[in-house]
Design a protein around this ligand. Structure first.
Ligand code: 6A9
Length: 763
């Protein structure tokens, strides 16, 4: 019985919240305590939309449709839309933003500006300006939708034009959203436009596109008095979603304007609790507000990063502004439950309901929170707005369970869930991810108010203890990522998703004897930062200092991780240096059709305990996190490997795996192309620059070499990211080590936006 009780208790701890007081006091992010950040563009997965930082927020959004054959309704950011470019060019993370969207011949500019006042986050206005070289017919759809609570009431003009929506909700009180008549640049009404509206219910926000799509009819004719007639598509009656039995949850009111461009449409949100309103935020008043915010942004950008001072030309400064702005404009507010599996659960179980305010790696492909990405994001955002960064950090720490674990990928709510294939949804409660929040915390420590730190501290300590307790390695002062791929026969090298470096080569045969160098270095950093935090708070710090000393002891580091045969630092484990993939005919069962051939791993040399013969990002960790002493006898070899073109050096940045490494650019299965096996990744290159800058500024035998590498690497990285942006319109997830071309998902203004800090030389 006791054993059973113990199991039950352990299982329930996996999905129980951490017992410490939350890092964010209750209500801290609501309209009374943080009115300036209540409304925001916190729906990074749509091209343009806003919501409030509340669990079941009323949302607003934009869709559009070019009225020509084969054109698609645009709404959520999809790579398959093939947009030439889109993203926030200016965004201050709080009050104002400007985005350009290039869709075939169409250019849409979306702008918003907020005006504080009242008790519910104030007012805001939108302006959407469209231009099109071919004066083609375009429809813009503006919508308001509820998410399980609140009430919306359509205000019709002439029975067809949705002129406004009035409403009430738990977080907003009373409000009114007005859709103004389209105007030309000079503010005059456009000559002819056509209006339609939709009033429908959806099973949830994740089905809004479907609801609109299934309400479209092509029976309409655009008939301006002095122009050609044209058939077009508009919302008609909602005919229901085929095959859904889901109960209605979202009330949707949508206003469609169809017109020839150029034209612009403005939308105003007015909060019922704003008592004295000077004038509506519209027309010339809106133009003036937008201009004022734009000027303030430019000034603050220069004060913060000094790129003009450093001599960057305007085009490169705009690139850097866009990188920062799209990270800020990509911030989301998510609410829901993760799905978690612990070793004690047979089935995944729901994690406690939680809210997360976070930046995201990619608005199109990964519009949700990722733990180790966030530490990198906050290196940049902490410079722009330390208070914002502190809030994000606190949100993440409040996701901790009773054991001290934070789930790696945050898929919260129906909209987030709808983007992820089911096999990727479940988070495993033994799986870690690099504790990069410590990286960000170190940047914030100096200016963080003590009461804030004090609230964070118990959680930081538990998090740290969780790593020490669950990711310990086979020997003292070693560490091992848990949760490597379970079925080694399926992969050339079983992946280590926990490390963040997914398919980076590790020991070929996962075992309890592995020692992972990157994790060891991350733990040295964590110990260091935790010690600093403890000292600032007057808490006992000696244990963390001891750990820091042991983990940064260069002799011990060498004994555990220096591979003489590689002349590099490395992982250790049960490893074969000769593995390959082979296509095998499936074994036919009698009387059955022959099964498809499958690819299996073959091991040509028996594995044995040894260092892993991979030279790449992992080998650099003692340098990346500056644990290697400037006078270390190994520093020269590490720098040489970095600078060597047959190994890590490329004209575009450092590649992830040496060109002469056995698994360089090898597929992991027939379906898994190489990922961290050669490409240039910006987060690690940023760490490399930071470290080189550090070594260049300390006395030591390699000081000059470090300075030279620093200059060259910075030049290469910035030059390539800028070139790729200018050519392709995007920042990318990673870059080809042979051509420099952007690869993977885009836009990716998660850690690739660290290029701004590299330009600013802000480490
Ligand atoms: C796949 C498919 C629409 C992989 O940037 C986020 C992470 C990094 O943390 C990690 O280091 N990316 C890197 O190796 C992207 C992970 C995406 C996984 C989800 C689901 C979605 O299909």
């Amino acid at each position: 019985l006791l054993a059973q009780w113990g199991r039950w208790r352990a299982a329930s701890r996996a999905v129980s919240p951490h017992p410490a007081a939350p890092a964010l006091p209750p209500g801290a992010t609501g309209p009374s305590n943080a009115p300036r950040r209540f409304w925001g563009s916190y729906r990074p997965h749509v091209y343009f939309g806003m919501k409030t930082r509340s669990p079941r927020s009323v949302v607003t959004g934009l869709m559009w449709l070019q009225q020509r054959d084969g054109a698609e309704l645009r709404h959520t950011c999809e790579q398959s839309d093939g947009l030439r470019r889109y993203g926030w060019l200016l965004h201050d993370g709080e009050r104002f933003g400007l985005q350009d969207i290039h869709d075939r011949g169409l250019l849409l500019r979306t702008e918003f500006v907020k005006r504080p006042g009242g008790l519910h986050g104030g007012d805001w206005s939108w302006r959407v300006t469209g231009a099109d070289g071919r004066a083609a017919l375009v429809s813009l759809f503006f919508y308001v939708a509820t998410d399980g609570q609140g009430e919306l009431r359509p205000q019709l003009e002439d029975g067809t034009r949705l002129a406004a929506v009035t409403g009430t909700s738990e977080e907003l009180g009373d409000f009114k959203i007005a859709f103004l008549r389209p105007t030309a640049d000079d503010g005059e009404d456009v000559k002819y436009s056509s209006f339609h509206y939709l009033d429908a219910w959806s099973p949830g926000l994740h089905r809004l596109t479907d609801v609109v799509r299934s309400s479209l009819s092509d029976r309409f004719v655009f008939a301006p008095p002095d122009g050609p007639r044209q058939r077009f598509v508009a919302v008609d009656a909602f005919r229901g979603l085929p095959g859904t039995a889901e109960a209605p949850r979202s009330h949707l009111l949508l206003h469609q304007v169809t017109l020839r461009l150029p034209a612009r449409v403005e939308v105003t949100f007015e909060s019922g609790s704003v008592r004295e309103r000077r004038a509506a935020l519209l027309g010339p008043a809106l133009t003036a507000e937008l201009a004022r915010h734009q000027a303030a942004f430019e000034r603050r950008f220069e004060e913060t990063f000094g790129l003009e001072r450093k001599g960057f030309p305007p085009s490169q400064r705009r690139f850097a502004q866009a990188a920062l702005s799209n990270m800020l404009g990509g911030m989301g507010y998510f609410h829901g439950r993760s799905l978690v599996r612990s070793p004690l659960h047979e089935q995944p179980v729901p994690y406690p309901e939680s809210s997360l305010f976070t930046a995201v790696p990619s608005r199109s492909f990964f519009p949700r929170g990722f733990l180790w990405d966030e530490g990198f994001h906050q290196l940049l955002l902490a410079r722009w707005d330390p208070e914002l960064s502190r809030e994000v950090l606190a949100h993440w720490l409040d996701l901790m369970n009773a054991e001290g674990w934070i789930p790696r990928e945050q898929i919260l709510g129906d909209e987030a869930r709808a983007k992820v294939p089911p096999e990727f949804v479940v988070q495993h409660s033994e799986t870690a991810n690099p504790p990069t929040l410590f990286l960000a915390l170190r940047r914030l420590l100096g200016s963080a108010p003590l009461p804030y730190l004090r609230r964070l501290f118990p959680r930081l300590r538990s998090w740290y203890e969780w790593y020490n307790g669950t990711q310990a390695g086979p020997l003292p002062h070693t560490f091992r990522w848990r949760g490597r791929d379970a079925d080694p026969e399926r992969f050339l090298n079983p992946k280590t998703l926990a490390s963040g470096l997914d398919d980076y080569p590790r020991a070929s045969h996962p075992s309890a004897d592995e020692r992972h160098l990157d994790l060891r270095c991350w733990m040295a950093l964590a110990s260091q930062v935790l010690a600093e935090a403890a000292e600032r708070l007057g808490e006992p710090a000696e244990l963390y200092r001891q750990a820091e000393r042991a983990l940064s002891d260069n002799e011990l580091l060498e004994r555990l991780h220096w591979a003489e045969e590689l002349s590099a630092f490395a992982d250790f484990g049960n490893h074969s240096r000769a593995v390959g993939l082979r296509r095998e005919a499936g074994r036919a069962a009698p009387g059955r059709p022959p099964p498809a051939p499958r690819v299996v791993r073959v091991v040509h040399e028996a594995p044995r305990p040894r260092f892993v013969d991979a030279l790449g990002y992992v080998s650099l960790f003692p340098l990346l996190l500056q644990l290697l002493r400037p006078d270390s006898p190994r520093l020269g070899a590490v720098l040489a490997a970095m600078r060597d073109e047959r190994r890590l050096w490329t004209p575009f940045g450092l590649r992830s795996l040496a060109r002469d490494s056995p698994l360089y650019m090898q597929r992991n299965t027939e379906h898994d192309p190489p990922y961290w096996r050669g490409s240039v990744w910006v987060n690690i290159n940023y760490l490399a620059l930071r470290a080189l800058h550090g070594y260049a500024n300390q006395p030591g035998p390699h000081r000059e070499l470090a300075a030279r590498l620093y200059g060259e690497l910075r030049h290469n990285l910035i030059g390539n990211l800028y070139r790729q942006y200018a050519e392709s319109g995007y920042l990318w997830e990673h870059y080809s080590d042979s051509t420099g071309r952007g690869q993977g998902s885009h836009p990716f203004t998660g850690w690739s936006a660290l290029v701004v800090l590299a330009m600013a030389e802000d480490y």
